[in-house]
Design a protein around this ligand. Structure first.
Ligand code: HEC
Length: 130
């Protein structure tokens, strides 16, 4: 009896199912860490203040980042999803910061015209939040 058919696909499907199940029960353990190897978190922190993200978000470690319009960005490095939509990793977080209206048309977070290099550093800071 052939219990394990050849080829990598059945194995991958099993792994995908395990990851999906694990994602619900033990957040943070089944996905690689979202932290960014790229970008400058210190510059990102300064940029967050410049762009006024803190007028809408509670962001740990920053003065006057206590806005309640959007969700708090506490422990963002351990979040599974961005805006309940994109898996949380450095690339997706940069995309969200640059073009939230593209990711989720009509979202209450406006496109702030953040260029790529700034989004990279802002994401780097948010992903340091444990
Ligand atoms: C005018 C208010 C406003 C401003 C300014 C704003 N945001 Fe948001 N942000 C929101 C709202 C509202 C959401 C929730 C969007 C959704 O879930 O559809 C959000 C969602 C997010 C999320 C995902 C949160 C989660 O829990 O998944 C991140 C990350 C984020 N914003 C980062 C930023 C950054 C960085 C800036 C500055 C460059 C910024 N925001 C500026 C209102 C704002």
């Amino acid at each position: 009896m052939r219990r394990t058919p050849g080829g990598p696909l059945p194995w991958l499907a099993t792994l995908a199912a395990l990851v999906a199940v694990g994602a619900c029960s033990t957040p943070g353990e089944q996905l690689p860490p979202a932290e960014s190897q790229l970008g400058d978190p210190d510059r990102g922190a300064a940029l967050i203040t410049d762009y006024g993200c803190g007028s809408c978000h509670v962001i740990p470690g920053l003065e006057q980042a206590d806005g309640l319009v959007g969700p708090p960005l506490t422990s963002f490095g351990r979040r599974m999803y961005i805006a309940g939509n994109l898996p949380n990793n450095a690339e997706n977080l940069q995309y969200w910061i640059r073009e939230p209206q593209d990711v989720e048309p009509g979202t209450a977070m406006p496109d702030l015209g953040v260029p790529r290099v700034d989004a990279r550093d802002i994401a780097a800071y948010l992903l340091t939040l444990e």
